[in-house]
Design a protein around this ligand. Structure first.
Ligand SMILES: [Zn+2]
Length: 420
């Protein structure tokens, strides 16, 4: 068995502990309260990237961009155990995984997804034969392993996979690496009324792209952001549909663009996406806790851009939306008693879009008190007066509904803003 083990030397203990794991796992209930944390750069654990030949010609790889797999072992010739651990800790448990597999001949194997202590299995596995088009793994090929306390979250998952000489990709969500986001951004920028610019660089020097939709000299602006947190692909999908609607060919969208210009940063944390991080940037920090401290280059770039355009063009941000995903669909809004540049527009938009979707009751959570905290939402409102929204999409919200909801929301927002 020894020759079939491949791991970071420091992780052997973890792999062994987890494969015989009987201990209870902490229950993590919904979104943890937002707390002020230090956001100075911290070290992260880089993955050992390789094509791991685990035996019998089966090769498991994490060499591609966006991959995450921290250890793998073939045991009893039939069970492939994969260990997933985060870039550093403490960290919110968004246990992203992505890796690929090949075998010399067609065969079915069982793969056990395990996680470092304190974490658990969260994301329903997606599979792909080309690394681009993804489907949910068949439910019959998927089983959760629950801890003794069966009300706690699953500690592992078993996946039945069909291996072959053609590569099979397995991932936590259906977009892996920065490539698909850049492709989308490039395609959007080809539209005549859109412009792409670079507003800064990440820790590792990746460009932070910005799409500008509408008249560049407009003084009435909106801000839209996505992917502060790398695994939050459902939130990114909502952002895509929302932005495509604002940039679309409808009469409403055209009229809207004559009055308002939308600034979009589709991927605020490209390093985290490229490294397959659970949550942090290359500085080892949750950048959605850095909006007051502003230590990280990604947040500095967005803030500098917003402040500059306000100052130089005499422009104003009326609305700002940051897209995320979590356990369920939630809209985190500013305390309704606080008035920004267009009071009431966000709750109105949400309520109106709810009326468009029969049977859907939007889940709105206004911030209590002044809501002045370390997140983007708070920065948008307190530094710019923008009516701010953190738009959270559930991990497993059906993909067509994510789109439908975002399109309704974008249309209602445009109508509402034009009526003011
Ligand atoms: Zn998030």
């Amino acid at each position: 068995m020894q020759k079939h083990l491949h791991y970071f030397p420091s992780l052997i203990a973890l792999l062994l502990i987890i494969s015989s794991c009987q201990q209870k796992t902490t229950v993590w209930q919904g979104q943890a309260p937002i707390s002020v944390v230090p956001t100075e750069t911290l070290p992260i654990q880089l993955q050992l990237k390789d094509h791991f030949d685990v035996g019998r010609g089966i090769v498991v790889s994490n060499t591609f961009e966006g991959a995450r797999m921290n250890g793998v072992a073939l045991t009893r010739d039939t069970l492939l155990t994969v260990l997933i651990s985060p870039e550093n800790a403490p960290i919110n448990p968004s246990p992203w995984y992505a890796f690929s597999l090949v075998a010399p001949e067609e065969e079915k194997i069982t793969l056990k997804l395990t996680y470092s202590p304190g974490s658990f299995h969260r994301y329903y596995p997606k599979v792909s034969r080309d690394g681009k088009n993804w489907v949910n793994l068949d439910t019959a090929a998927y089983r959760l392993i629950l801890p003794e306390d069966t009300t706690a979250r699953p500690i592992a998952a078993l996946l039945r996979l069909n291996l072959s000489p053609d590569t099979l990709w397995v991932a936590a969500q259906e977009s892996v690496g920065t490539g698909p986001v850049r492709e989308w951004t490039t395609k959007m920028a080809e539209k005549p009324h859109l412009k792409r610019q670079v507003i800064g660089q990440s820790h590792e020097g990746r460009d932070l792209d910005l799409l500008q939709i509408g008249d560049p000299d407009s003084k009435k602006l909106l801000m839209i952001m996505g992917l502060q947190h790398p695994p939050e692909i459902p939130g990114y999908m909502a952002m895509q549909a929302f932005v495509e609607t604002l940039a679309g060919d409808s009469e409403l969208a055209r009229r809207f663009r004559q009055n308002f210009t939308t600034m979009v940063v589709p991927m605020v944390n490209p390093d985290g996406v490229a490294h397959g991080h659970w949550r942090h940037n290359r500085g080892g920090v949750d950048i959605n806790r850095d909006w007051q401290n502003v230590h990280q280059p990604e947040i500095q770039a967005v803030q500098t851009f917003m402040q500059q355009i306000e100052r130089e063009n005499g422009a104003k941000f009326y609305v700002a939306i940051d897209f995320h995903s979590t356990w369920e669909d939630i809209y985190y809004t500013v305390n309704p008693e606080l008035k920004g540049n267009m009071p009431g527009i966000i709750p109105e938009m949400i309520a109106a879009s709810g009326r468009d979707l029969p049977g859907y009751e939007p889940n709105i959570r206004p911030s209590p008190g002044s809501g002045n905290s370390v997140t983007s939402n708070s920065y948008f409102f307190h530094a710019h007066g923008a009516e701010a929204l953190t738009y959270e999409v559930g991990d497993n919200t059906p993909r067509d509904f994510i789109r439908e909801k975002a399109v309704a929301m974008a249309n209602r927002l445009m109508e509402g803003m034009l009526e003011r």
